[in-house]
Design a protein around this ligand. Structure first.
Ligand SMILES: [Zn+2]
Ligand SMILES: [Zn+2]
Length: 393
């Protein structure tokens, strides 16, 4: 049997893996490339997926970063395409308007949708692809989140965050020459989303031990191995070192793949994501801007690891705690936020999120464990002031 942790990311395309966990894990993505200069392979990739006409989705930032060049490459190769270029200068949101514009400009002859972007454009293309049956691929412009290889679409509908089912992209092109130029908060967000796997994996393991929940050691190891490579190269992120950017990008893509292999988001998402979600929903409710997902996930991981520390004496004997010190050092080295004040989160909201973030979904995490033990309220009272040392809001 193959050793998943030793496998190059490109080899995960089309994988069918009979695993020790009893399941056969499959990856229905045809091509995955993370390397410098790989945008040049766009025309060939489009041909491999059945050719054009292609429908390109971009916004002004991603047009400048990659879509203009992508269009030139397609033109040079004689592949017909047209585009939806969002004119907004504000950050694009995956809402009714964005989805509607994408649909309104789709032509009946389009054979492939190409998202040139990161979170929102990828989610928009995925949603459109899953509802029209037209395959899609993505040209990544920032290593900012782990949704590239995901199959779900987190959307904002009627002002609410709602996750809808979607499909895998058929190909992922991640050109590190482009990715390393992404805005720094997007780089630190991608890193934060990866560091969040430390606590996500701990939550998954805890639920396996206490509740007998399905757990795949191979997938957990795969994720842990990718996270470790990012952690070791954390200082390189600040310096936009191509190798550090490549590891983060690979880990983000792998995270989506691991979720697909397992059939749920356990390898990638635990209490740290529930915190991030809780803070984001609160900002949406008040119509306020909120930090990039991964930047709040990193802070959520610090909080979750703190909760593990407080729970230590009640946890199963020998349970490996997520290392809070290590998490903090990694985030600091990469330049990612480490505390709620940096994210603009009020202490009252922070406190409330410790008590209620677990209600976001029916998933066993350190939060539900502490709640079951009757300790959650005490933990919230103890931690909230610790995270706000100056007592400032
Ligand atoms: Zn498995
Ligand atoms: Zn995430």
């Amino acid at each position: 049997m193959k050793n998943l942790t030793a496998m190059p990311l490109a080899d995960f395309a089309g994988l069918s893996y009979p695993c020790q966990c009893g399941r056969t894990h499959t990856v229905s993505i045809q091509k995955i490339l993370v390397e410098n200069g790989c945008l040049a392979q766009l025309p060939q990739t489009v041909q491999e997926l059945g050719g054009g006409p292609a429908y390109l989705l971009a916004d002004p930032n991603t047009y400048a970063a990659a879509a203009e060049k992508a269009g030139a490459l397609l033109t040079a190769a004689g592949i017909p395409f047209h585009g939806q270029l969002y004119r907004t200068q504000a950050p694009l949101v995956p809402n009714e308007h964005t989805l509607g514009e994408a649909l309104a400009n789709l032509e009946p002859s389009d054979k492939l949708i190409i998202a040139v972007g990161s979170g929102t454009l990828n989610d928009t293309a995925r949603f459109l692809s899953s509802r029209t049956g037209i395959p899609y691929m993505v040209v990544c412009t920032a290593p900012s989140m782990d949704g590239y290889a995901s199959t779900v679409c987190p959307l904002i509908l009627d002002g609410q965050k709602i996750t809808k089912p979607g499909v895998y992209p058929q190909a992922i092109l991640a050109d590190t020459d482009i990715l390393k130029e992404a805005p720094m908060p997007m780089l630190t967000a991608g890193f934060g989303d990866i560091i969040g796997k430390y606590t996500a994996l701990a939550d998954w393991r805890l639920s396996q031990i206490l509740n007998g929940e399905y757990y795949c050691e191979a997938c957990a190891q795969l994720m842990a191995h990718a996270v470790e490579k990012c952690a070791q190269n954390a200082p390189g992120l600040k310096a936009r070192d191509p190798q550090a950017i490549q590891y983060v990008t690979e880990a983000l893509i792998l995270s989506g793949i691991a979720m697909g292999m397992v059939g749920n988001s356990r390898p990638a998402s635990g209490a740290e994501h529930h915190f991030s979600h809780y803070w984001e929903v609160d900002a949406l409710r008040w119509g306020q801007p909120h930090p990039l997902h991964g930047n709040s996930v990193g802070v959520g991981a610090v909080l979750s690891a703190s909760l593990y520390q407080l729970a230590q004496s009640r946890l199963p004997q020998g349970f490996p705690l997520p290392d809070k010190g290590h998490i903090l050092r990694c985030l600091t080295a990469a330049g990612s936020p480490t505390g709620p004040q940096e994210l603009g989160i009020r202490q009252a909201l922070f406190y409330e999120s410790i008590l209620h973030a677990m209600e976001i979904r029916d998933r066993f995490t350190i939060l539900r464990f502490l709640d079951r033990e009757g300790l959650l309220g005490g933990c919230a009272a103890e931690l909230a002031p610790r995270f706000y040392p100056a007592g400032k809001e």
